[in-house]
Design a protein around this ligand. Sequence first.
Ligand code: SF4
Length: 337
Amino acid sequence: MNENDLIEIKNLRVSFPLDEGTVQALDGIDLSIPKGKVIGIVGESGCGKSITARSILQIIPPPGKIDQGEILLRTKLGSMNDDEHIIDLAKLKPDSDLLRQIRWGEISMVFQEPMTSFSAYHSLGDQIMEALLMHKDVSKEEARQAAIEMLDRVGIPNAAVRLNQFPHEFSGGMRQRAMIGMALICNPSMLIADEPTTSLDVTIQAQMLDLMKDLRRDFGSSIMFITHNLGVIAQIADEVSIMYLGKIVEQGTTMDIFHDQKHPYTSSLVEAIPKISDARKKRLTTIRGSVPSPFERPSGCPFHNRCPKMMPGVCDVKVPTPIDFGNGHKAACLLYE
Ligand code: SF4
């Protein structure tokens, strides 16, 4: 594991055994998350973005399970002498004490809809304070003070009063800010943001992205930013991984992905970003076809039935492996083999 990496995922395979058949949600994921960087994970719905994130915290919805692979985390938690060491999260039991400490204490998560994380029956302040009281050795008054400072930090006005209010008394944008505050209250090494701006209107979306950039700078946390919107990624990520049907098909710096993309799927996603110069066009550019049913995975390259550059007799037969273009830029496409 590279000494700058906080997390390294190696050959991760996750499946869902269902009555209709087995869904291979992740099919051999390799991904590194360096300390203090924002890594964007992009792809259409059902490509495995959220399952990758949930695997890290072992909160995969049943009957999903990790079949194979490693999720290595560099941490001081669980060490006898408070030294940094590496643990494999995939080997921990989901209900183990160490994994409970890691959730929120070391890695926290923000979801698209904050109401899935907040309880409607407790004040926002109680819930934020509880996260701190569970993971840090602080008094109730210290936790209250820290919660007020954090709400203030994420831009919630009159924080001392709003701390006593319930989640339904906040607007969607304010709830999302509070969710980010709760996620950061224990000063985690990594924040996983799963479509955090998707349900917000564009002005609030821009404010949230600015807030996350400020927080990354101030707290030094790594961020795993999951979205189906490549336009959002351009504003926040240092590196990007493009996923399709449970595989990473291309990864590189944000510059590589936007200006030197190698995989036809990445090119299609970039072309589909609406541009002001296209305003006179009648139709937006789309990617032809749709993501295949997980029960009918195509043979060969998983993108071959939608790919404008598909080579018959090659792409529908052979499974592409990642080609290294240097400087961490990789793409799995038979055009380059
Ligand atoms: Fe397209 Fe073939 Fe490359 Fe797959 S391997 S992305 S089908 S050209």
